[in-house]
Design a protein around this ligand. Structure first.
Ligand SMILES: *Cc1c(COP(=O)(O)O)cnc(C)c1O
Length: 373
Protein backbone atom coordinates (compact mmCIF):
# COMPACT_ATOMS: atom_id res chain seq x y z
CA UNK A 1 0.00 0.00 0.00
CA UNK A 2 1.13 3.47 -0.79
CA UNK A 3 1.78 6.25 1.66
CA UNK A 4 3.24 9.72 1.57
CA UNK A 5 6.33 9.63 3.75
CA UNK A 6 7.21 12.64 5.84
CA UNK A 7 10.58 12.41 7.52
CA UNK A 8 10.07 13.90 10.98
CA UNK A 9 13.73 14.76 11.49
CA UNK A 10 13.94 16.58 8.17
CA UNK A 11 10.76 18.50 8.85
CA UNK A 12 11.97 19.42 12.33
CA UNK A 13 15.22 20.56 10.75
CA UNK A 14 13.36 22.86 8.34
CA UNK A 15 11.19 24.32 11.10
CA UNK A 16 14.33 24.99 13.13
CA UNK A 17 16.05 26.74 10.22
CA UNK A 18 13.02 28.93 9.55
CA UNK A 19 12.71 29.83 13.21
CA UNK A 20 16.40 30.67 13.40
CA UNK A 21 16.16 32.97 10.41
CA UNK A 22 13.12 34.64 11.99
CA UNK A 23 14.89 35.00 15.33
CA UNK A 24 18.00 36.47 13.74
CA UNK A 25 15.75 39.19 12.46
CA UNK A 26 15.80 40.58 15.98
CA UNK A 27 12.87 42.39 17.55
CA UNK A 28 10.74 44.74 15.56
CA UNK A 29 9.33 48.11 16.53
CA UNK A 30 6.76 46.55 18.90
CA UNK A 31 9.71 44.83 20.63
CA UNK A 32 8.20 41.56 19.64
CA UNK A 33 9.98 38.79 17.77
CA UNK A 34 9.02 38.16 14.18
CA UNK A 35 5.83 36.10 14.19
CA UNK A 36 5.74 33.04 11.93
CA UNK A 37 2.33 32.31 10.44
CA UNK A 38 2.46 28.79 9.01
CA UNK A 39 0.33 28.45 5.90
CA UNK A 40 -1.27 24.98 5.77
CA UNK A 41 -3.60 25.38 2.81
CA UNK A 42 -3.97 22.71 0.12
CA UNK A 43 -4.18 19.83 2.62
CA UNK A 44 -1.10 21.20 4.37
CA UNK A 45 0.78 21.46 1.05
CA UNK A 46 -0.09 17.80 0.67
CA UNK A 47 1.39 16.67 4.00
CA UNK A 48 -2.06 16.17 5.52
CA UNK A 49 -3.85 19.18 6.98
CA UNK A 50 -4.38 17.97 10.54
CA UNK A 51 -1.29 15.78 10.93
CA UNK A 52 0.98 18.45 9.55
CA UNK A 53 -0.62 21.24 11.57
CA UNK A 54 -0.24 19.23 14.77
CA UNK A 55 3.40 18.58 13.92
CA UNK A 56 4.02 22.29 13.42
CA UNK A 57 2.29 23.09 16.71
CA UNK A 58 4.32 20.45 18.56
CA UNK A 59 7.41 22.18 17.18
CA UNK A 60 6.55 25.61 18.47
CA UNK A 61 4.39 27.13 15.75
CA UNK A 62 1.40 28.91 17.24
CA UNK A 63 -0.28 30.63 14.33
CA UNK A 64 -1.75 28.88 11.26
CA UNK A 65 -3.29 30.20 8.07
CA UNK A 66 -5.68 28.56 5.63
CA UNK A 67 -7.28 29.46 2.32
CA UNK A 68 -10.74 27.96 2.64
CA UNK A 69 -13.54 27.75 5.18
CA UNK A 70 -13.40 23.96 4.92
CA UNK A 71 -9.76 23.88 6.01
CA UNK A 72 -10.43 26.15 8.98
CA UNK A 73 -13.35 24.03 10.14
CA UNK A 74 -11.41 20.81 9.73
CA UNK A 75 -8.66 22.12 12.00
CA UNK A 76 -11.15 23.15 14.67
CA UNK A 77 -13.01 19.84 14.38
CA UNK A 78 -9.69 18.10 14.99
CA UNK A 79 -9.42 19.99 18.26
CA UNK A 80 -6.72 22.43 17.18
CA UNK A 81 -7.04 25.57 19.26
CA UNK A 82 -4.21 27.78 17.95
CA UNK A 83 -4.85 31.03 16.17
CA UNK A 84 -6.05 30.47 12.62
CA UNK A 85 -6.10 33.17 9.98
CA UNK A 86 -8.40 32.71 7.00
CA UNK A 87 -6.35 34.23 4.16
CA UNK A 88 -9.22 34.74 1.74
CA UNK A 89 -11.65 37.53 2.31
CA UNK A 90 -15.30 36.54 1.99
CA UNK A 91 -18.51 38.52 2.06
CA UNK A 92 -20.68 35.41 2.06
CA UNK A 93 -22.58 35.62 5.33
CA UNK A 94 -22.94 31.89 5.86
CA UNK A 95 -19.19 31.44 5.54
CA UNK A 96 -18.41 34.35 7.83
CA UNK A 97 -20.85 32.91 10.32
CA UNK A 98 -19.04 29.57 10.39
CA UNK A 99 -15.64 31.25 10.69
CA UNK A 100 -16.77 33.46 13.55
CA UNK A 101 -18.44 30.59 15.40
CA UNK A 102 -15.16 28.71 15.13
CA UNK A 103 -12.98 31.57 16.31
CA UNK A 104 -11.15 31.96 13.04
CA UNK A 105 -9.53 35.31 12.30
CA UNK A 106 -11.20 36.80 9.24
CA UNK A 107 -9.56 38.61 6.36
CA UNK A 108 -11.38 41.71 5.29
CA UNK A 109 -10.74 42.81 1.75
CA UNK A 110 -13.80 44.81 0.80
CA UNK A 111 -16.58 47.06 2.08
CA UNK A 112 -18.95 44.14 1.78
CA UNK A 113 -16.73 41.82 3.77
CA UNK A 114 -16.44 44.43 6.53
CA UNK A 115 -20.20 44.94 6.64
CA UNK A 116 -20.89 41.24 6.86
CA UNK A 117 -18.22 40.73 9.53
CA UNK A 118 -19.73 43.51 11.65
CA UNK A 119 -23.23 42.11 11.20
CA UNK A 120 -22.22 38.57 12.17
CA UNK A 121 -20.16 39.76 15.13
CA UNK A 122 -23.16 41.76 16.42
CA UNK A 123 -25.48 38.83 15.93
CA UNK A 124 -23.11 36.55 17.83
CA UNK A 125 -22.68 39.28 20.41
CA UNK A 126 -18.92 38.92 20.18
CA UNK A 127 -15.80 41.00 19.66
CA UNK A 128 -14.12 39.35 16.71
CA UNK A 129 -10.64 39.58 15.24
CA UNK A 130 -9.82 40.30 11.63
CA UNK A 131 -6.86 41.19 9.45
CA UNK A 132 -7.30 43.84 6.80
CA UNK A 133 -6.23 42.65 3.36
CA UNK A 134 -4.81 45.09 0.85
CA UNK A 135 -4.36 44.25 -2.82
CA UNK A 136 -1.10 45.91 -3.83
CA UNK A 137 -1.08 44.50 -7.34
CA UNK A 138 -2.12 40.86 -7.25
CA UNK A 139 -5.62 41.41 -8.56
CA UNK A 140 -7.26 39.02 -6.15
CA UNK A 141 -8.63 39.47 -2.62
CA UNK A 142 -8.20 42.76 -0.85
CA UNK A 143 -8.93 46.48 -1.06
CA UNK A 144 -7.08 47.94 -4.01
CA UNK A 145 -4.21 50.01 -2.65
CA UNK A 146 -5.55 53.19 -4.21
CA UNK A 147 -8.89 52.92 -2.39
CA UNK A 148 -7.45 54.26 0.85
CA UNK A 149 -10.42 56.46 1.66
CA UNK A 150 -12.86 53.65 1.13
CA UNK A 151 -10.86 51.50 3.55
CA UNK A 152 -10.88 54.21 6.19
CA UNK A 153 -14.57 54.91 5.81
CA UNK A 154 -15.55 51.26 6.08
CA UNK A 155 -13.28 50.71 9.05
CA UNK A 156 -14.64 53.72 10.95
CA UNK A 157 -18.04 52.06 11.02
CA UNK A 158 -17.07 48.91 12.87
CA UNK A 159 -17.52 48.34 16.58
CA UNK A 160 -17.49 44.62 17.06
CA UNK A 161 -14.56 43.81 14.80
CA UNK A 162 -11.03 44.47 15.95
CA UNK A 163 -8.32 44.79 13.30
CA UNK A 164 -5.36 42.87 14.71
CA UNK A 165 -3.38 42.70 11.48
CA UNK A 166 -2.98 44.15 8.02
CA UNK A 167 -1.46 42.28 5.12
CA UNK A 168 -0.85 41.99 1.41
CA UNK A 169 0.37 39.26 -0.93
CA UNK A 170 3.25 39.43 -3.40
CA UNK A 171 2.84 38.06 -6.89
CA UNK A 172 6.46 37.78 -7.99
CA UNK A 173 8.49 37.19 -4.85
CA UNK A 174 10.23 34.18 -6.37
CA UNK A 175 11.45 36.17 -9.36
CA UNK A 176 15.09 37.16 -9.24
CA UNK A 177 14.35 40.79 -10.08
CA UNK A 178 12.80 42.62 -7.18
CA UNK A 179 11.30 45.69 -8.83
CA UNK A 180 7.66 44.63 -8.67
CA UNK A 181 7.90 43.22 -5.14
CA UNK A 182 9.45 46.48 -3.96
CA UNK A 183 6.67 48.41 -5.64
CA UNK A 184 4.04 46.26 -3.93
CA UNK A 185 5.83 46.76 -0.62
CA UNK A 186 5.86 50.53 -1.07
CA UNK A 187 2.17 50.57 -1.91
CA UNK A 188 1.52 48.57 1.22
CA UNK A 189 3.53 50.91 3.44
CA UNK A 190 1.77 53.92 1.90
CA UNK A 191 -1.58 52.44 2.83
CA UNK A 192 -0.42 51.69 6.36
CA UNK A 193 0.72 55.26 6.83
CA UNK A 194 -2.55 56.60 5.53
CA UNK A 195 -4.53 54.32 7.83
CA UNK A 196 -2.45 55.35 10.83
CA UNK A 197 -2.88 59.04 10.01
CA UNK A 198 -6.59 58.39 10.07
CA UNK A 199 -6.45 56.68 13.45
CA UNK A 200 -7.11 53.23 12.14
CA UNK A 201 -5.50 50.46 14.15
CA UNK A 202 -3.49 48.25 11.75
CA UNK A 203 -2.27 45.50 14.12
CA UNK A 204 0.59 43.29 12.99
CA UNK A 205 1.83 43.89 9.46
CA UNK A 206 2.76 41.11 7.05
CA UNK A 207 3.48 40.83 3.35
CA UNK A 208 6.12 38.09 2.98
CA UNK A 209 5.54 34.57 1.73
CA UNK A 210 8.40 32.05 1.86
CA UNK A 211 10.48 33.50 -0.97
CA UNK A 212 10.13 37.09 0.21
CA UNK A 213 10.83 36.13 3.83
CA UNK A 214 14.07 34.45 2.82
CA UNK A 215 15.16 37.08 0.30
CA UNK A 216 13.98 40.44 1.59
CA UNK A 217 14.90 41.11 5.19
CA UNK A 218 13.55 44.65 4.95
CA UNK A 219 10.05 43.39 4.11
CA UNK A 220 9.59 41.11 7.09
CA UNK A 221 7.70 43.67 9.21
CA UNK A 222 5.92 42.00 12.19
CA UNK A 223 5.04 38.63 10.72
CA UNK A 224 5.74 36.36 7.75
CA UNK A 225 3.48 33.78 6.12
CA UNK A 226 5.52 30.70 5.41
CA UNK A 227 4.27 27.73 3.40
CA UNK A 228 6.55 26.07 0.87
CA UNK A 229 9.77 26.77 2.79
CA UNK A 230 8.73 24.26 5.47
CA UNK A 231 8.73 21.60 2.76
CA UNK A 232 12.04 22.78 1.33
CA UNK A 233 10.27 23.14 -1.99
CA UNK A 234 11.06 26.67 -2.99
CA UNK A 235 10.78 28.52 -6.26
CA UNK A 236 14.08 30.23 -5.46
CA UNK A 237 17.48 28.52 -5.11
CA UNK A 238 17.66 26.65 -1.81
CA UNK A 239 20.75 28.15 -0.20
CA UNK A 240 19.31 27.81 3.27
CA UNK A 241 19.91 24.12 3.89
CA UNK A 242 16.21 23.26 3.80
CA UNK A 243 15.47 19.60 3.18
CA UNK A 244 12.94 18.38 0.69
CA UNK A 245 9.91 16.95 2.47
CA UNK A 246 7.47 14.35 1.20
CA UNK A 247 8.16 11.20 -0.80
CA UNK A 248 5.71 8.67 -2.07
CA UNK A 249 6.38 5.18 -0.79
CA UNK A 250 5.09 2.12 -2.52
CA UNK A 251 6.22 -1.52 -2.49
CA UNK A 252 7.45 -3.94 -5.08
CA UNK A 253 4.40 -6.03 -5.96
CA UNK A 254 5.86 -8.43 -8.52
CA UNK A 255 9.26 -9.34 -9.95
CA UNK A 256 9.95 -11.00 -13.27
CA UNK A 257 12.51 -11.45 -16.01
CA UNK A 258 11.80 -10.50 -19.60
CA UNK A 259 13.68 -11.79 -22.62
CA UNK A 260 15.44 -9.52 -25.07
CA UNK A 261 13.07 -7.73 -27.48
CA UNK A 262 10.10 -7.77 -25.09
CA UNK A 263 7.70 -4.79 -24.99
CA UNK A 264 7.06 -2.85 -21.78
CA UNK A 265 4.04 -0.61 -21.28
CA UNK A 266 1.47 1.23 -23.38
CA UNK A 267 2.23 2.27 -26.94
CA UNK A 268 5.11 -0.20 -27.16
CA UNK A 269 7.39 2.72 -26.44
CA UNK A 270 10.10 0.54 -24.90
CA UNK A 271 11.62 -2.77 -25.91
CA UNK A 272 14.18 -4.62 -23.81
CA UNK A 273 17.66 -4.54 -25.32
CA UNK A 274 18.76 -7.64 -23.46
CA UNK A 275 17.35 -9.98 -20.84
CA UNK A 276 15.94 -7.62 -18.16
CA UNK A 277 14.76 -8.18 -14.61
CA UNK A 278 11.92 -5.85 -13.67
CA UNK A 279 10.03 -4.88 -10.53
CA UNK A 280 6.40 -3.93 -10.96
CA UNK A 281 5.31 -1.24 -8.53
CA UNK A 282 1.93 0.40 -7.96
CA UNK A 283 2.52 4.12 -8.49
CA UNK A 284 1.79 6.28 -11.50
CA UNK A 285 0.78 9.68 -12.65
CA UNK A 286 -2.55 9.40 -10.83
CA UNK A 287 -0.45 9.42 -7.64
CA UNK A 288 1.18 12.68 -8.62
CA UNK A 289 4.34 11.07 -9.95
CA UNK A 290 5.98 13.15 -12.70
CA UNK A 291 3.18 15.69 -12.55
CA UNK A 292 4.33 19.27 -12.40
CA UNK A 293 2.72 22.69 -12.47
CA UNK A 294 2.58 24.62 -15.69
CA UNK A 295 5.66 26.70 -16.11
CA UNK A 296 5.53 30.42 -16.08
CA UNK A 297 7.86 32.00 -18.50
CA UNK A 298 9.30 35.37 -17.83
CA UNK A 299 12.38 35.70 -19.91
CA UNK A 300 13.36 34.66 -23.37
CA UNK A 301 16.32 32.91 -21.76
CA UNK A 302 13.97 30.72 -19.67
CA UNK A 303 11.75 30.08 -22.62
CA UNK A 304 14.65 28.82 -24.70
CA UNK A 305 15.96 26.73 -21.82
CA UNK A 306 12.56 25.06 -21.40
CA UNK A 307 12.15 24.40 -25.09
CA UNK A 308 15.63 22.86 -25.32
CA UNK A 309 14.84 20.68 -22.32
CA UNK A 310 11.54 19.57 -23.82
CA UNK A 311 13.25 18.57 -27.06
CA UNK A 312 15.95 16.70 -25.15
CA UNK A 313 13.33 14.96 -23.00
CA UNK A 314 11.43 14.01 -26.10
CA UNK A 315 14.41 12.23 -27.60
CA UNK A 316 15.54 10.75 -24.32
CA UNK A 317 11.92 9.88 -23.57
CA UNK A 318 12.63 11.61 -20.25
CA UNK A 319 14.21 9.05 -17.96
CA UNK A 320 12.37 8.60 -14.70
CA UNK A 321 13.67 6.79 -11.65
CA UNK A 322 12.46 5.11 -8.51
CA UNK A 323 14.64 4.33 -5.51
CA UNK A 324 14.61 0.74 -4.30
CA UNK A 325 16.84 -0.31 -1.40
CA UNK A 326 18.73 2.94 -1.75
CA UNK A 327 19.47 2.38 -5.45
CA UNK A 328 18.15 4.41 -8.35
CA UNK A 329 16.25 2.20 -10.78
CA UNK A 330 15.21 3.36 -14.20
CA UNK A 331 11.53 3.22 -15.05
CA UNK A 332 11.02 1.38 -18.32
CA UNK A 333 8.34 2.23 -20.84
CA UNK A 334 5.67 4.84 -20.61
CA UNK A 335 4.49 5.91 -17.19
CA UNK A 336 1.12 4.35 -16.38
CA UNK A 337 -1.75 5.77 -14.41
CA UNK A 338 -1.18 3.47 -11.43
CA UNK A 339 1.79 1.23 -12.21
CA UNK A 340 5.41 1.29 -13.30
CA UNK A 341 8.00 -1.29 -14.30
CA UNK A 342 11.51 -0.57 -13.07
CA UNK A 343 14.79 -2.08 -14.20
CA UNK A 344 16.32 -4.12 -11.36
CA UNK A 345 18.63 -6.30 -13.48
CA UNK A 346 21.70 -5.19 -11.55
CA UNK A 347 20.32 -5.06 -8.02
CA UNK A 348 19.02 -7.33 -5.35
CA UNK A 349 15.31 -6.72 -4.83
CA UNK A 350 12.63 -8.74 -3.07
CA UNK A 351 8.87 -8.59 -3.24
CA UNK A 352 7.48 -5.98 -0.83
CA UNK A 353 10.72 -3.96 -0.73
CA UNK A 354 10.01 -0.25 -0.41
CA UNK A 355 10.07 1.86 -3.53
CA UNK A 356 10.45 5.61 -3.09
CA UNK A 357 9.17 8.08 -5.68
CA UNK A 358 9.98 11.76 -5.82
CA UNK A 359 6.62 13.50 -6.05
CA UNK A 360 5.14 16.88 -5.25
CA UNK A 361 3.10 16.11 -2.12
CA UNK A 362 0.43 18.58 -3.24
CA UNK A 363 -0.56 16.28 -6.09
CA UNK A 364 -0.80 13.15 -4.01
CA UNK A 365 -4.43 12.20 -3.54
CA UNK A 366 -5.66 13.08 -0.08
CA UNK A 367 -6.98 9.52 0.36
CA UNK A 368 -3.39 8.21 0.47
CA UNK A 369 -2.11 7.83 4.01
CA UNK A 370 0.39 10.37 5.31
CA UNK A 371 3.07 8.61 7.32
CA UNK A 372 5.26 10.72 9.59
CA UNK A 373 8.30 8.65 10.48
C1 LIG B 1 0.01 30.37 -0.13
C2 LIG B 1 0.13 31.66 0.51
C3 LIG B 1 1.26 31.98 1.28
C4 LIG B 1 2.45 31.05 1.41
O1 LIG B 1 3.18 31.01 0.23
P1 LIG B 1 4.55 30.17 0.11
O2 LIG B 1 5.19 30.74 -1.09
O3 LIG B 1 4.17 28.75 -0.04
O4 LIG B 1 5.30 30.43 1.35
C5 LIG B 1 1.28 33.20 1.91
N1 LIG B 1 0.24 34.06 1.81
C6 LIG B 1 -0.86 33.80 1.09
C7 LIG B 1 -1.95 34.80 1.01
C8 LIG B 1 -0.96 32.59 0.41
O5 LIG B 1 -2.04 32.33 -0.31
Amino acid sequence: MKSLLVNRQDLKHNIKIIKEIAEKNGRNDNHKPLQIIAVVKGNGYGLGLVQYSNFLIDNGINFLAVSTVEEALKLREAGITTKILMLSSTAVEKEVDLLVKNNVILSLGSKDAIKVAEKVAKKENKQIEAHLKIDTGFGRYGFCYDLKEEMVQSLKEINNVKITGTFSHLSLAFYEKDKFSKQQFERFIDCIEYLKQNDIETGILHICNSSAFLKYKEMRLNAVRVGSAFLGRLSIPNIYGLKKIGYLKSNVAEIKTLEKGYNIGYSNAYTTKSQTKIAIIPCGYADGFNVSVGRDMFRIRDKIRYIVRDIKDYFKKQDLYVEINGKKCKILGRLGMYHVSADITEIDVNINDEAIFNVSPMYVDSSIRREFR
